[in-house]
Design a protein. Structure first.
Length: 134
């Protein structure tokens, strides 16, 4: 993962579960957290709680984008729970294969406002990323 730090995240359009077509360049947040997630992994889906806490604690704008390979109906409980806190992308199997370097495990990227990858790992916590909550 360390090899991607400092690289610009590829131009990769995606569609949210609400039907919104986006690219990372259209997101004007100070940071973007890209979360590749797996529905049948409690630890993985529980990580969204941590990401939302980081977002709320930060004085800078953070957008969270979470990708799932399953259908949007399968993640309805998550879209209902997190409403406007997380942008969800379902049916993201090919997107995940192209951009998730987690080798079958959840992976998170943090992009800065220039869409440069400043972090890539399986876990994001406030202690690992203090610059997110400054």
């Amino acid at each position: 993962w360390s090899k991607v730090i400092g690289c610009r995240f590829p131009y990769a359009p995606f569609q949210t579960t609400t039907g919104k077509e986006l690219t990372y360049d259209k997101i004007k947040s100070y940071f973007i957290i890209i979360n590749f997630n797996y529905l049948y992994c409690d630890w993985c889906t529980n990580q969204l709680d941590s990401l939302v806490k980081i977002k709320k604690a930060s004085k800078k704008t953070i957008t969270i984008v979470s990708f799932f390979a399953c259908d949007k109906n399968d993640i309805k409980h998550l879209t209902d729970k997190f409403k406007d806190e997380v942008l969800f992308v379902s049916n993201a199997d090919s997107y995940t294969k192209n951009y998730d370097l987690g080798s079958g495990r959840p992976l998170n990227y943090i992009l800065d406002k220039g869409k440069i990858i400043i972090y890539a790992d399986r876990v994001i916590s406030q202690t690992l990323n203090p610059y997110l909550i400054k």
